[in-house]
Design a protein around this ligand. Structure first.
Ligand code: ADQ
Length: 469
């Protein structure tokens, strides 16, 4: 079997087991199976001009190759172009995008530098899988260095419609670099559709068969591979003795109904709108006073960027205002926790909460929605309230689907969720968990890698040539 090489912005610790995020686990297993190599940033930032080599280490059968970023790269490639320009634009937030020519140049240079380091490690027959918006031009840089291996790219965030994408500087260059891959993986069919719309509108490519596109003198297969979670592992986490104790602590014997939200504190996650919807619930349905609690766990992220400090202040202000207005001596309606929480505690909190409130304004997939479903007791499950703008909504139609901008609609869905009879909750959960299981993390990576291997044996192209596809 060919060796698998994965490149991503950050390389995580493969040894941290279930405490690690889903991606580290998914990637770790794929690498172990193929005695692979994981390449990327080690999280260190060094002074400009420092001579740094490539650090090579091994974790089990997996080789790990990492490099630090210089301060200039961190400021411009990571914070600047990746997170201050691509992240907002790809999340349909042109208003938050910061345009900066230097950041773009450093983004290109970093991708070229990473490609030069990685090219030296690639052997004939290796499969190369690049992840996410930080490294879009990696394959194109590798091709310039003569790498002819099969290369795939998976975008974890949404692919925006052409109107949005064309606001990015040198968007045509960026899309051209996507054609250096053999396979493009998106989270949803909508993302694939947006890619096709862009090619059509800019007249730079066209579909020559289902899921096969021609442009810039190359062909690429583009498909949706909805990412999932390790369902059994997460379900087990939610059912330990420790989890039972955590669940017991939640209500302390009081008749409380917990509504849970768990997110990175990111403006794409729609947290202020979520808080407003909870306030609306209190206003419209006072019968939930003294019983409903919104528990929002928001892990700090990218705090060097203004947009993130702004959202933090807004949330602190909102939670304070709601608690001041509606709270009582014996009841705090909003419990807002601004830090990461261990995964086993999260699993317990999901299981102990009657409603999972997942209302991003835009999200590639949103794994919290799937984790919430996996953590439920199938005989007495909670209800998932899910934004129509989360990629997960394409699969999880049996959730209560809401428009996260519409405060009244979300408040209404919360009321429906809290009041839902058990038969309906069980029915909805049965369908949801089946979908979450069908598209779990193993299905995701197996489908992607099978397709990536297939792209090289000419299946898709032969089918195109034969006029069969
Ligand atoms: P994220 O934007 O990080 O991921 P998400 O898919 O929800 O969003 O994954 C977050 C993960 O972090 C989940 O496993 C969650 O449990 C965990 N997490 C969140 N808050 C936490 C906290 N306070 N403490 C501990 N853990 C916390 C990006 C894209 C998504 C896409 C994923 C995977 O933005 O749309 O689903 O990649 O492709």
């Amino acid at each position: 079997m060919s060796r698998l090489i994965i490149a991503s912005n950050r390389v995580a610790d493969l040894a941290s087991g279930p405490q690690a995020g889903g991606l580290a686990v998914a990637i770790g297993d794929a690498l172990r199976e193929g005695s692979g190599l994981w390449f990327g940033w080690d999280g260190r930032v060094v002074d400009d001009g420092v001579d740094f080599g490539l650090s090579l280490s091994r974790q089990d059968t997996v080789s790990v190759a990492t490099q630090p970023l210089t301060q200039r790269e961190y400021d411009n490639y990571y914070l600047g172009h990746s997170n201050n320009l691509l992240w907002p634009i790809f999340h349909y937030r042109l208003d938050l995008a910061k345009f900066d020519g230097t950041a773009l140049e450093v983004y290109k240079a970093l991708n070229a530098r990473f490609a030069a380091s990685l090219a030296a490690l690639i052997e004939p027959g290796d499969l190369v899988w690049i992840h996410d918006y930080h490294l879009i031009p990696m394959a194109s840089e590798l091709r310039k260095l003569g790498v002819t291996n099969r290369m795939g790219f998976f975008l974890h965030i949404p692919f925006p419609p052409p109107d949005m994408l064309s606001a990015a500087p040198e968007h045509d260059w960026m899309v051209e670099t996507l054609f250096a891959y053999d396979l493009l993986g998106f989270q949803t069919r909508q993302d694939c559709g947006n890619f096709a719309l862009y090619l059509d509108r800019e007249q730079c490519g066209r579909a020559i068969a289902p899921q096969v596109f021609e442009g810039f003198g190359r062909q690429v297969t583009a498909r949706a591979f909805p990412i999932g979670i390790d369902v059994d592992a997460f379900t087990r986490l939610a059912q330990t003795e420790k989890a039972d104790k955590e669940i017991g602590k939640l209500s302390r014997g009081l008749p409380l109904t917990h509504i849970i939200g768990v997110d990175r504190l990111d403006y794409s996650k729609g947290l202020p709108d979520r808080f407003r919807a909870f306030r609306r619930l209190m206003e419209k349905y006072p019968e939930h006073s003294k019983t409903a609690v919104l528990m929002q766990i928001a892990a700090p992220t990218r705090e060097e960027l203004v947009a993130y400090t702004d959202i933090r202040s807004e949330l602190e202000q909102l939670s304070g205002a709601i608690n001041g207005e509606f709270g009582d001596f014996d009841w705090t309606p909003v419990r807002y926790i601004h830090r990461p929480v261990p995964r086993d505690t999260l699993a317990a909190l999901f299981r102990g909460s009657k409603v999972g409130l997942v209302t991003p304004l835009r999200d590639g997939m949103n794994l919290v929605a799937k984790e919430y479903v996996a953590a439920q007791d199938a005989d007495d499950p909670g209800v998932l309230v899910l934004s129509q703008f989360a990629g997960a909504a394409e699969e999880l139609q049996d959730a209560l689907i809401v428009n996260p901008y519409d405060t009244d609609e979300v408040a209404e869905a919360l009321h429906t969720a809290i009041s839902m009879p058990i038969d309906e909750r069980v029915d909805r959960h049965r369908t949801l968990i089946a979908r979450v299981r069908d598209n779990d993390i193993v299905a995701w990576r197996t489908a992607f890698l099978r397709c990536l291997r297939g792209t090289d044996d000419g299946t898709a192209r032969a089918a195109v040539r034969a006029g069969k596809a």
